[in-house]
Design a protein around this ligand. Structure first.
Ligand SMILES: NC(=O)c1ccc[n+]([C@@H]2O[C@H](COP(=O)([O-])OP(=O)(O)OC[C@H]3O[C@@H](n4cnc5c(N)ncnc54)[C@H](O)[C@@H]3O)[C@@H](O)[C@H]2O)c1
Ligand SMILES: [Zn+2]
Ligand SMILES: [Zn+2]
Length: 377
């Protein structure tokens, strides 16, 4: 079938993107679903900072590629062997494909399935196929096994979770990345318990979901940190007990003084090394820093090793919030239904495919939380 897709040909173009157009919207051919695959109509796709990093060229991938890894859609056609979904079902997409049978998958860690990572690096679906072609016949790579900045997508069955039709698809889309990553970092990776003190460094779409999860999980004290005073204001309204501007000289010293030596659990959701240094510096003796931010490929974080040992600090990575999507998307949607994960507050407007470059300008400026693309209007 023919559809419109936004293709990334050349990362690293200058801003404003509205003028340099790193994402080019063009008509492409989408093959039907192969065995174990499903054709979905994309109802909504969120603009995440990881997409921006791909546009900036900070995290290289095979080109040309259709990126977009946070979304919700409607099943239109099921490939051979897909018997547990049917046309018109609503789904949230999952940005790590997984095989379901390897050591990581069977021990409940499909978010780090090696086959999923191999497919992502190769720019294919987990089956090894590429389903998108330009009209000149050139094959186009898949981003995260999804490619959601398009009107339709063919994705593996395991790259989606069915959801109740009553959930607005704009909100549902945000569960595909920002909610799993932010809430999962707090409730899965960090294993926060009621009464804990927690800090969140970086209050974008991902960090605000970490904040919501900390409130929902009964944190006693929630310290919110960002370079933007405006985001600190929102964090205070949404349940942060203390806020600190990361640009203040000795921000780390101020936080340590306010917390009698540091915070037990620090969640880093900013995605740069300065933020990670701050997160590590405000982690208390015996505490952990959970990093979900993704800086440029090759960027290194260093720390004084003897201090890590004598302070018994832990540094944990958190990919897709350590989620098992089939378990956690319904669980987080349950919190959403009770008003405890109010993702609708994060929505900074909707946009058509044609305005996608301008949307990434706004994300790069830091003036928005989650913008939602509606590729089918
Ligand atoms: N681990 C994962 O699975 C995963 C999934 C999605 C996104 N990410 C990454 O998470 C990060 C956040 O994504 P997002 O979409 O929320 O981005 P965003 O741009 O919406 O938010 C980032 C926030 O960090 C703040 N910030 C920047 N530098 C800071 C500093 N030095 N100190 C404190 N705050 C600072 C910004 O002001 C902004 O509010 C990105 O690096 C993204 O690539 C990781
Ligand atoms: Zn993302
Ligand atoms: Zn696997």
């Amino acid at each position: 079938m023919r559809m419109q897709a936004a293709i990334l040909f050349e990362p690293g173009k200058p801003r404003p993107y509205a003028a340099s157009t790193p994402l080019v919207v063009e008509e492409v051919e989408l093959e039907g679903p192969g065995p174990g695959e499903v054709l979905i109509e994309i109802a909504a796709a969120g603009l995440c900072h990881s997409d921006l990093s791909a546009i900036e060229g900070l995290r290289p991938r095979p080109l040309p590629v259709v990126i977009g890894h946070e979304g919700a859609g409607i099943v239109r056609e099921c490939g051979e062997g897909v018997t547990d979904l049917k046309p018109d079902d609503h789904v949230v997409t999952v940005f790590v494909s997984s095989c379901g049978v390897c050591r990581q998958c069977v021990r409940g860690r499909p978010n780090i399935c090696p086959s999923g990572f191999a497919a992502r690096s190769a720019g294919t679906l987990i089956s090894g196929a590429r389903r998108i072609r330009r009209l000149n016949g050139e094959s186009v790579n898949h981003g995260s096994g999804l490619s959601l900045f398009a009107q339709y997508a063919v994705v593996a069955r395991r790259s989606m979770v069915r959801i109740d039709r009553s959930i607005p698809l704009d909100d549902a889309a945000i569960f595909g990345c920002a909610v799993m990553t932010g809430a999962g970092a707090v409730l899965n990776t960090a294993g926060m318990r009621a009464g804990d003190t927690i800090a969140v460094v970086g209050l974008g779409g991902v960090g605000m979901n970490a904040l919501f999860a900390a409130v929902a999980g009964g944190a006693e004290r929630i310290i919110a940190v960002d370079t933007s005073a405006e985001k600190l204001g929102l964090a205070r309204q949404w349940g942060a007990t203390d806020t600190f501007l990361a640009t203040e000289p000795d921000c780390a010293g101020q936080i340590r003084a306010a917390t009698e030596g540091g915070v037990d659990t620090v969640i880093e959701t900013a995605g740069n090394i300065r933020a990670m240094e701050l997160a590590y510096a405000i982690t208390a003796r015996g505490g952990s820093v959970v990093s979900a931010g993704l800086p440029a490929t090759g960027a290194n974080f260093s720390y004084m090793h003897a201090g890590l040992v004598s302070d018994e600090k832990s540094i944990l990575g958190s990919y897709m919030g350590s989620c098992v999507p089939e378990r956690d998307i319904p669980r987080f949607l349950g919190l959403y239904r009770r008003g405890a994960l109010p993702v609708g507050r994060l929505k900074s407007g909707t946009l058509p495919l044609e305005e996608i470059n301008a949307g990434f300008d706004r994300l790069a400026e830091g003036s928005v939380l989650r913008q939602v693309l509606r590729p089918n209007g």
